[in-house]
Design a protein around this ligand. Structure first.
Ligand code: ADP
Length: 290
């Protein structure tokens, strides 16, 4: 949600068609995704996305408490989005607020649509999203991280869930708004899809876009989502990759080794070993034996 169109002291879209932070209109901020960063969670992921830093941890599936929340037909996914008080420039009051409750709800719903919930009746899959540093787009970074954490936990899913928000600044549609653009922007469009099927899991719009602008923002989102999806898969691949030699390693047979003299020549002369000093108490015995 935009925090109100605060006027900025400089132009956001420059004469050369680039944005104030140097990005092209359709360019994402740098993104890194790491899977399996927490030892005690069933699954986890850490995402840095421009200045955003977001951690996701998964526990479950496990029995639902309180019991009245149990669904006898399927699992429930309970995501909790939380922004640390030090994550924004002015200290945020800790604890849930309306915004974090809304974000937790939309993320829970998006994840519930990809997890094979029918396989785990009466259970809950808890997903904790901790925003350590916020710079706009945290719901998308959180959802992106959460789906990697679910996969890392081995929770059966239809697909991973990439998410991104394009928007409009100074009458120009741009991909992946940063905080300053979000602050003085005119609209933003967070979106998440199931890449395999193209189904929408999240589509919100705050502000006003014309039909053409909406189509442009969606096009930027789709392009970015495909890229983020590749990063998610790569993060999981990296965690589970095993070190493999290109050719199997076989110890050389004795006859294949070079002759002893040659081998010795290969090593420089070693300095003489220091004279051995007998440990105290053994001196007499050695003396006597000589
Ligand atoms: P998103 O982070 O998904 O873009 P919003 O559009 O609601 O969600 O928020 C945009 C940005 O505004 C956040 O990423 C964060 O940097 C900032 N922000 C949100 N809530 C607060 C708050 N309570 N105090 C200070 N900054 C906030």
């Amino acid at each position: 949600m935009r925090m109100g169109g605060t006027a900025s002291t400089h132009k956001m879209i420059l004469e050369n068609g680039r944005r104030y932070d140097g990005r092209a209109l359709d360019q994402l901020r740098p993104i890194s995704i790491q899977a399996g960063v927490l030892k005690r969670a069933d699954g986890s992921a850490y995402v840095t996305w421009g200045e955003n830093k977001v951690l996701a941890a998964v526990y479950g599936p496990r029995e639902v408490h309180p019991r009245h929340l149990q669904n006898p037909a399927r699992a429930i996914v309970q995501a909790r989005y939380n922004m640390a008080s030090f994550s924004v420039s002015e200290r945020k009051r800790p604890g849930p607020d309306r915004r974090s409750q809304e974000i937790s709800k939309i993320i829970s719903e998006a994840l519930e649509a990809v997890v094979f919930v029918e396989q785990f009746p009466r259970t809950t899959v808890d997903v904790f999203i901790e925003v350590l540093q916020a710079d706009a787009g945290t719901r998308c970074a959180g959802l992106t991280a959460a789906s990697v954490a679910l996969a890392d936990a081995g929770v059966p899913m239809r697909d991973l869930v990439p998410a991104v928000a394009s928007g409009k600044v100074e009458n120009t549609v741009v991909c992946d708004l940063n905080k300053e653009e979000d602050n003085c922007g005119e609209a933003d469009l967070p979106m998440a899809i199931i890449p395999r099927t193209g189904e929408f899991l999240l589509l919100q719009m705050d502000g006003h876009l014309t039909y053409d602008e909406l189509m442009q923002a969606m096009e930027y989102n789709v392009k970015a989502l495909n890229y983020i999806y590749q990063l998610q898969k790569e993060a999981l691949r990296k965690k589970y990759a095993t070190v493999q030699l290109e050719e199997p390693f076989v110890l050389p047979k004795k006859e294949e080794l070079p002759p002893t003299e040659t081998r010795r020549e290969e090593f420089p002369e070693q300095p003489a070993a220091p004279a051995e000093v007998p440990p105290p108490g053994e001196e007499r015995e050695m003396d006597g034996g000589a």
